[in-house]
Design a protein around this ligand. Sequence first.
Ligand SMILES: Cc1cc2nc3c(=O)[nH]c(=O)nc-3n(C[C@H](O)[C@H](O)[C@H](O)COP(=O)(O)OP(=O)(O)OC[C@H]3O[C@@H](n4cnc5c(N)ncnc54)[C@H](O)[C@@H]3O)c2cc1C
Length: 484
Amino acid sequence: MADFETQVVVIAGGPAGLSAAVQAAEDGAEVILLEKNAAVGGAANMGMGPLAIGSKYQQRQMIDITVEKALNMFMEYTHYNVNGRLVKRYFEQSAETIEWLEDMGVEFEGAYKYFTKSEATWHIVKTDQGIGPRAASFMNKALYARAQELGVTFMLETAGKKILQDEDGKVCGVVAMDKDGKEITIACKAAILACGGGGANPEFIKEQTGYTFGVDMFNFAIPGNVGDGIRMAWEAGGHKVPVRIEAAANFEGIDELPQSVPNVLMQPNLLVDKHGKRVMDEEQMQNTTYLSNACSHAKGRVLYSIVDTSIVKYYMRNGVDEISMVRFDPDVSDFTEGVRIAEETGNKGLFKADSLEELAEKCGIDVDNLLETVDNYNDYCDGYDEEFFKRKKYLRPLTKAPYYAAAVRPGGYGTVGGIDINENCEVLNNDLDPIPGLYAAGADACNIYDDSYMFLLPGNSMGFAVNTGRIAGMQAVEYMDEED
Ligand SMILES: Cc1cc2nc3c(=O)[nH]c(=O)nc-3n(C[C@H](O)[C@H](O)[C@H](O)COP(=O)(O)OP(=O)(O)OC[C@H]3O[C@@H](n4cnc5c(N)ncnc54)[C@H](O)[C@@H]3O)c2cc1C
């Protein structure tokens, strides 16, 4: 005998779960949402906004992006290793989702790029504090309020543990652990998994991706995101697909310093590995997924971004080469103060030296190779980058001490993927047929990037979360109606 009974149980209250609950309730279902933490919003509370394709903001801003263009970009980027029907449905719904969110009070600043070479698909949520991290928490608040208005029952500090299935394999309930540690059973007709992946679970990361958390992987670890949704789907017979890191390079330690320091060291200047050799056209560093991937393949999984005093002074006079929406204030005026603080506090990420030899020694870079690399690089600055063809505007020689370096390592926002779903967000079994009544959305089921997060269309993972949440919600109600 179940402790509670409802029609749809949504497991977790990040943007995917909240969107699923709102959509299912709007479509007439009785919904219970279980959230492990004391508050809803998940990782998205730290983010800025979702992707949309063909939104009214893009029309007004004359941004030329269509579902056709985005889908083709995506499929070529992933070598057709992902479910094109799912990507297409997500993109097709994404513009209307912006209006769906606006109808519940969410406001948007507009559509933005993340970096120069990306498309303007990132719909940054408007806040009372301007553009910046945590903007999307305003979206989550609106989703939460709308869900409550629609009568969704929230059980906070309650973790979903297991999916119950009848003798035909159909979902018939969910087992959870309430805030007093008591096991409860909720009878239901459909369940939606949206537990945000396993970014806070070092064993899970090691097992699924090979990275060692805190050693060669420095991802955001959102408490509670330990892979529960993926485990529940797999235990219910779900087909296993690879879990990946949603990669974003980690500039070790320097984010604790005044913003001038990361603002300077994250510019596309000389980047070398422990051998003292370049590994890429540094302009591509702006795509933080590419940079993280490059770090993953380097000796010791670390690269060093190096500038000299002339470059710092140039930025102080003229501003930096590249700004990012995440670091909206490109100020570098207190760089010297930042370096002083780094020295005083023994910051481990920033290196300062009076010669390149000393810098190499401090970073553990091969000295002779570094000297040769800098020599060649300085020549390229006068002419042409024969090695990686970096554009002239980013070629600045390193000639004047002191020199500064920052260590860059693999990092990420969390994990993506693990649960195989189709375009209806139905969880698939090993025969790739739907498990009746079981749905998944958001990071748990985000298998659409193949091996590397698709930053060329930014806002992608939150966009996927909100849109697949909605799809799962509407499909769960349709399934229930058909069953009745
Ligand atoms: C710093 C940062 C900035 C980001 N910025 C952006 C951005 O601007 N745009 C973008 O597209 N993406 C961004 N992302 C990624 C984006 O936030 C995630 O892709 C998105 O939040 C995934 O949504 P989700 O609902 O699947 O999971 P989450 O938002 O992670 O939510 C998962 C929820 O599940 C709960 N949970 C876990 N296990 C259980 C369980 N067993 N039972 C009940 N509840 C459970 C957790 O407590 C959590 O509330 C950012 C991520 C980070 C870390």
